[in-house]
Design a protein around this ligand. Sequence first.
Ligand SMILES: Nc1ncnc2c1ncn2[C@@H]1O[C@H](COP(=O)(O)OP(=O)(O)OP(=O)(O)O)[C@@H](O)[C@H]1O
Length: 686
Amino acid sequence: MVKTPSGAALAPRLLRAARRELLDTGRLSVEALDEGLSRSWLRSRDFGLDPVGRPPGAPHASAAQLRRALERQHELVAHARPVMEDLFEQTRDSDGLVILADAQGLLLGALGDGRFVDRAQRVALRPGAIWDERWRGTNAIGTALAEQRPVAVLGGEHFLERNAFLSCTAAPIRDPQGRVLGVLDISGEQRGFQRHTLALVRSAARMVEHRLFQTRHADGLRLQIHLQPEGLGTPTEGLLALSDDGWILGCNAAAQGWLGTEAARPSPLEALLPLRWTELMDWARDGGDGARLLRREDGPPLWLRLDAPRGWRRPAPAARRDGAAVVDVEVTRPAAPEPTPATEQAPASTTPDALQWLDLGDAAMHQAVTRARRVLDKPIPLLLQGESGVGKDLFARAIHDSGPRRGHAYVAVNCAALPESLIEAELFGYRPGAFTGASRDGAQGRLREAHGGTLFLDEIGDMPLPLQARLLRVLQDRQVQPLGGGPAVAVDFQLIGASHRPLRQLVAQGLFREDLYYRLNGLTLCLPPLRERQDLPMLLARLLAAIEPARRVELDPSLARELMAYRWPGNVRQLEQALRIACALMEPGESVIRRGHLPDDLVEDLDQGAPLPIPVLLPERPGADGAEASHEFARAGSGRSTPPAMLRDQSRAHARRVLADCGGNHSEAARRLGIGRNTLYRLLKA
Ligand SMILES: Nc1ncnc2c1ncn2[C@@H]1O[C@H](COP(=O)(O)OP(=O)(O)OP(=O)(O)O)[C@@H](O)[C@H]1O
């Protein structure tokens, strides 16, 4: 936490002297300062910020950009708003502001009505401004994000002296998967700071997290846990969300702490609690009322309460992954609010885990998973669209594994990987001796192999037109005619097509049959590119755990932030590959991935792409970087297919213009660009 050991800020004079020393000598008298504050000051210095000079041109969202950010974060905003109103009432007398920021430090909303609001406006403490440390130096919002924990930054502890009149406390808000979604902050005049504010903001953030968890897992069975029975039902309780076959799908921070686990990966109930799923079902069948004490060998006893939505019903008996039988149970709960409208309810599904596993908290992925679930048991063809490497193949497999055909074959064919002459035989099969080079025994073909199961046609946009006609016939007649003749054979499969090329556009260009397009497109699911995903931290943790199951590997925090701002042209595949290489390059004793471990081309991109992290935002001071520059940034931000060389050229040209604007002052130019001086030199030379 950013505070002195005594919990109070040091005298302004001492803080100023310590900062001066840091800038003059590069040394920080750490004995005098709290560790978190020291780290943040060092970061602020490395960003090239000057505590007393002109403030750097921090980006500021336009009204439309802010609107879009609010739309993206509507779930967070909806749950935070009532909590913020409550906080505002509690802190009204001390004339402060209650602020909500997103995970990039973009201020989404603020509540306040006193004199302080005017002063706050003058330092851009208002919606649309970005309080990332990169531009504002040490401050509660930016520092809470960088340190990923609650912080108080009092008066002169702010790196920029213009902010020294502020005292701010902030706590991160995490989503049900544990990734930071945003920050709740209370800011006020330094004089008005009250010691309990940090505790207040921390418990308010917990309350928002609690509401997010309840909403995200509204349809399934939940367990409440606490060390004391009185804690059950309060925002301090631990929450576990369970799948219909006894797997823990979600686990809030309190539960993670008590159970010594992480929320990243679903695990069976029995792996975390000394409680069998069948016992829990018996309890549920008996009404599931009251609280129970659960004694554990590896930790303090926990109180446990069952929380099932009204009418929650265990779906039809199905084999569990561990082979244990499950029973059909309906839980009768006391009267509760009417269930959410039918369109919002997830359908009953026996093993939601394969799809659930992909739902790490990104809104677009969540929507794709929810929609896929709704049609799992229906004969509706699915079309997956998304850039190469976003996980279409994995998603198709998860649909199969979560649906009623999971006990049958999953047959994947990459239509782009085979020459036209072979695809036909591969898909439709052939009779013995049907063509030169054919096997003597013939082949039944992939379509027939998929009978009863799922056929996944990857890169279906690359299927040659004559084959499209044949495939269409199969889909219409539900029969396959092998090459070389012979009787037609009935087939029945779930069809999933995928393409990184927009099929609709191919239809317009005459490259894809319109009638086949409509046959395939029962429901289109669009998987988001990695750069737009909001769940990168969770994905990183997931991939690292898979690559290095035997040791705990972490990313250097500043590198993690860079990776989050990177554009990932190769999507999850590129990320996975980069992490594999990094893990391979680490020395045996190392556990933190740093830049030096990454593939060279990625490091090069990170260096050269450094001005791009927040490309779509306008500079706060219009005169500073100029409208032209911001348009260029905006173009770079939206130019998905812009090749790296072009991006480099654009970035270099932009850097040169900013440098010229700064009269050749490299430090000032680096500050305005939001990059380090060395990166600027490299960028100019590139
Ligand atoms: N959510 C995820 N969790 C873990 N790994 C993932 C996830 N999504 C994708 N991957 C990994 O990323 C890689 C690329 O995924 P996949 O092959 O499914 O992408 P794709 O969209 O089908 O690519 P292409 O269009 O090039 O065929 C795979 O190694 C896959 O395991």
